[in-house]
Design a protein around this ligand. Structure first.
Ligand SMILES: *[C@@H]1O[C@H](CO)[C@@H](O)[C@H](O)[C@H]1NC(C)=O
Ligand SMILES: *[C@@H]1O[C@H](CO)[C@@H](O)[C@H](O)[C@H]1NC(C)=O
Ligand SMILES: *[C@@H]1O[C@H](CO)[C@@H](O)[C@H](O)[C@H]1NC(C)=O
Ligand SMILES: *[C@@H]1O[C@H](CO)[C@@H](O)[C@H](O)[C@H]1NC(C)=O
Ligand SMILES: [Zn+2]
Length: 451
């Protein structure tokens, strides 16, 4: 044993004090023994001291670089503004409704050469501000106004609105020309996969939406051709009724014509489901929304609507309809993308980041956080909320939701992933219907005499 120990000693070493103690006992010198013990103690103190200093230094480093540690494990910083910016780096905003194309029509007569999106544009949207606001994508609203006559006139037959198809084509054209002119920034996106791919490469995914059935010239064939051109949502109505469905009008609202969807409106939704065009329920009457929500096989959207329980105007979504949104029994998956227009948000002078956040929070309270998104209506609204003046200001709203306890996952849903899920759902339904051999809708508006 002893010899064995001796052999091991040089290799493994021995605790210092034992080593010293053995020396001392061999010499039999008590005083020297004491001195050695003090030396041992000192060595021990120095070792422990060094360890403590090392620990403190490590602690300071961890605290100092906490943000980076957090980033590595996906946590957000405490400071709401920094948290919002961090979140938006990986989950940028995909806005449901931006009206840049109508601004280019009304201000520039569709002359894209005269438009400089790299400098400060009139209105709320240009490239520097989109970048500042961490926008990863948006629906370019291709909008043409309602015919005046159709608001209230019982006898209006929706037959002479076909030049609106021309103007819609011009709106689609001007959007595509701008996307091409600024192809370093924008890229046309046709699918949820396109959006993700475009964002990964640091570009802004550009989707097309048509803002009202009146822009279809009452024809489902026109819907199919818009889809071919890249349109991925159609708002069933704008502020007027059309051959497909009733609108809610503006304030105080309008008398219904069909009591929701017309027969042709049901056929339109069938066709939208089949070809993968999202049903957009903003601007529709409550009956239209209820019926469409129930009838659509695909998830639907409200591209730019807020909550009526927070501010009571017809354009906002009431709670009894929000309760139909979800994945439970008798519910349909959807995303309600909150509109920033002060008139829809709050009483005059009271629209700001907090009151817009109240709409986001209320919708989430009723539907769950997975069913709310952002649909600012920028460039389509005259006034803006305080603190949300243009597309550079989304981070302020995200910071506010973070302050209200939303975590990174929930915020990423709000900024875009809820919309992506809904799009994926609609793409699946379209694929399934086509695989099952669903026929195109050949229904024709019954007031037409030419067909
Ligand atoms: C379009 O705008 C450009 C730049 O302002 C101008 O030079 C050109 O004449 C315009 N074209 C038309 C047809 O108005
Ligand atoms: C639309 O047609 C109706 C008759 O069908 C006519 O009274 C009305 O003036 C027309 N409106 C426009 C804007 O052309
Ligand atoms: C769903 O709707 C059906 C038919 O309208 C009804 O009988 C049923 O009670 C509803 N289920 C729930 C959970 O609301
Ligand atoms: C949402 O629900 C929470 C918890 O019940 C409540 O504190 C909050 O006031 C609600 N928010 C809105 C805007 O209604
Ligand atoms: Zn609108």
């Amino acid at each position: 044993m002893a010899s064995n120990d001796d052999e091991r000693a040089p290799l493994l070493g021995e605790p210092v004090e034992q080593n010293l103690a053995r020396d001392a006992s061999l010499n039999g010198d008590a005083a020297k023994h004491d001195a050695n013990r003090w030396r041992a103690l000192r060595v021990r103190l120095i070792t422990h001291g060094a360890l403590i200093v090392l620990f403190i230094v490590a602690l300071v480093l961890v605290l100092f670089f906490w943000d980076n540690v957090g980033r590595a494990i996906g946590a957000l910083p405490k400071n709401p503004e920094r948290a919002a910016r961090r979140l938006l780096e990986s989950a940028p905003v995909i806005d449901g409704h931006i009206d840049l194309p109508i601004l280019v029509r009304s201000r520039y007569h569709n002359n894209v050469s005269a438009v400089d999106l790299n400098s400060q544009m009139p209105g709320h949207v240009d490239i520097p501000r989109l970048r500042e606001g961490k926008v990863g994508g948006f629906f370019w609203s291709t909008y043409v106004g309602c015919p005046e006559e159709s608001y209230e006139d019982d006898h209006y037959d929706f037959l002479n609105a076909t030049w609106r198809v021309r103007d819609t084509l011009e709106q689609i054209d001007v959007s595509k020309l701008l996307i091409t002119k600024y192809s370093d920034t924008f890229e046309l996106a046709l699918t949820s996969e396109d959006i993700k791919y475009t964002i990964r490469r640091g570009k802004i995914a550009s989707l097309l939406g048509v803002e009202g059935g009146h822009q279809l010239g009452n024809s489902i064939a026109v819907l199919r051709q818009y889809q071919e051109l890249g349109v991925r949502y159609v708002t069933l109505t704008h502020t007027c009724h059309n051959a497909f469905a009733d609108s809610c009008g503006l304030q105080p609202g309008i008398k219904p014509k069909w009591g929701g969807l017309s027969k042709l409106g049901y056929a339109l939704i069938r066709e939208m489901n089949r070809i993968g065009v999202l049903v957009d329920l903003s601007h529709t009457s409550d009956d239209t929304a209820r019926q469409a929500l129930k009838y659509s096989k695909a998830p639907v959207i409200w591209s730019h609507s807020s909550a009526r329980a927070v501010h009571n105007v017809p354009r906002n979504v009431p709670d009894d309809i929000l309760e139909l949104v979800g994945t439970g029994p008798n519910q349909t998956d959807a995303v309600v993308m909150v509109n920033f227009a002060p008139f829809f948000v709050a009483d005059p002078g009271e629209a700001n980041v907090q009151t817009v956040a109240d709409h986001v929070e209320h919708i989430a309270n009723v539907t769950g956080k997975a069913h709310v998104g952002l649909g600012s209506d920028f460039d389509g609204i005259g006034d803006v909320p305080e603190g949300l003046e243009d597309v550079s200001k989304y981070p302020a709203l995200i910071a506010e939701m973070y302050r209200r306890g939303w975590d990174g996952f929930e915020l990423a849903g709000l900024t875009g992933r809820n919309l992506l899920r809904v799009m994926e759902g609609a793409e699946r339904v379209s694929k399934d219907l086509q695989r099952a051999g669903a026929e195109p809708a050949y229904d024709v508006y019954d007031q037409r005499e030419d067909l």
